[in-house]
Ligand binder design. Structure first.
Ligand code: PLP
Length: 384
């Protein structure tokens, strides 16, 4: 861990202490235990679903090249990047709204489409940003359990809960459980939802889109562009390796994009992130295809390692695994941390049996499984 990374981690820990801890804050707070590990060398961080390689050289060069623009507001660049992203999907700028990470898109959607009388509807667990934000605003939240066993979204139950909802948060693939729904299942769900609940909007979060490998998985962008009640969220934080730069976007019908942009669409993305985004959105698609293959190889290795030992992961379509480790996540996490490997936090209601483990490079995962081997060889204190 470099000095700057270490300082960053310390800042996060100090900032999280005593404060209300939201989804991202909870991710940050797990780094609080890292300081004691520095003496043992660099900790391996498998806790926040980041791309271990970060952005490519061309993106980094663009960020460095944008320093001279730091004194200017980014209005023109934001319009250029919006256009570049739109063109990468063969769409118009009116179909795209950029934000400081897709977090901003998730919050804006929740703000615009839920109310005191129109709940946010989501599976539990799913990525918490929308539910946390609805809670913060005092808007009701309606939740649905996942299908036992496969831990996929229970679409019948979700449809039932969605009637009269303001916004349905549809995380596909779903964080933290890593499972996905194919295009037919998602399209059928959206069609049924739009019919059954005429005032409800659906936000399809495709943060891990580039990592999904299941047959029949597809983006819902074509549906969103045609219908103001469907919005897709995308991010440069995962496969594009730009989590620290903060750039995400919504894709949708111009009416939905305008509604969201009117509330929160101005100048929130820095010139550095925009410079990075311009290169990332226009780079050769083979770069992301290679990143997806790299992740699939390291993910398959790690999933097989667990399965071979009787610890079943869900069918991951992401850059992380959700594994039944047959003991409380906290016990496993703390034991791994003692060996310098940081794994994911608790995700109720599965915190007594499952842990989320982000996928790093193959070499890192080969190192990590040696620690998992030692930790899992110990009987669980919970079983005693
Ligand atoms: C499903 C999902 N959506 C959205 C986000 C937010 O990502 P960002 O704000 O970095 O784009 C995350 C982050 O981990 C996520 O897992």
């Amino acid at each position: 861990m470099s000095l700057s990374r270490r300082q960053f981690v310390q800042t996060l820990s100090a900032g999280a202490a005593g404060a209300w801890i939201g989804a991202r804050g909870r991710e940050a707070s797990i780094f609080g235990g890292l300081e004691g590990l520095h003496a043992q060398g660099d900790p391996l961080i498998l806790a926040s679903n980041e791309n271990p390689l970060g952005p490519g050289q061309a993106v980094l060069n663009a960020v460095r090249g944008s320093f001279s623009e730091a004194g200017r507001y980014p209005f023109a660049t934001a319009a250029d990047v919006t256009r570049a992203i739109a063109e990468s999907h063969k769409l118009k700028p009116q179909n795209v709204l950029i934000g400081s990470g897709s977090t901003q898109i998730l919050r804006t959607s929740t703000h615009v489409f839920t109310s005191k009388t129109r709940p946010l509807v989501a599976c539990i667990p799913a990525y918490e940003e929308c539910a946390d934000y609805a809670r913060l605003m005092g808007h009701p939240i309606s939740t649905v359990a996942l299908t036992p066993g496969s831990l996929t979204m229970d679409l019948d139950a979700l449809l039932g809960a969605s009637k009269g909802g303001g916004l349905v948060f549809y995380c596909n693939p779903n964080n933290p459980v890593a499972t996905g729904v194919d295009a037919k299942g998602t399209r059928d769900f959206i069609t049924a939802l739009l019919k059954a609940s005429p005032d409800t909007t659906i936000l399809v979060d495709e943060a891990y889109f580039e990592y999904a490998t299941m047959p029949g998985y597809e983006t819902m962008i074509p549906l969103a562009v045609d219908n103001p009640r469907v919005v897709v969220a995308r991010t440069f934080s995962k496969a594009y390796g730009m989590a620290g730069l903060r750039l995400g976007y919504a894709v949708g019908h111009p009416d939905a994009i305008k509604k969201m942009g009117d509330w929160d669409g101005n100048g929130t993305v820095s010139v550095l992130a925009l410079a990075a985004g311009m290169v990332a959105a226009t780079q050769d698609p083979s770069i992301i295809a290679a990143e997806s293959r790299r992740n699939t190889e390291a993910r398959s290795f790690t999933a097989k390692w667990f399965s071979d030992r009787g610890y079943t992961p869900t069918d991951s379509q992401t850059n992380f695994l959700f594994v039944d480790i047959k003991r409380p996540c906290r016990e496993f996490r703390e034991a791994c941390a003692k060996h310098g490997v940081m794994v994911g936090r608790d995700f109720p209601p599965y915190e007594k049996s499952h842990c989320r483990i982000s996928i790093s490079t193959l070499a890192d995962m080969q190192r990590a499984v040696q620690v998992f081997e030692k930790v899992l060889a110990q009987p669980s204190a919970a079983a005693a």
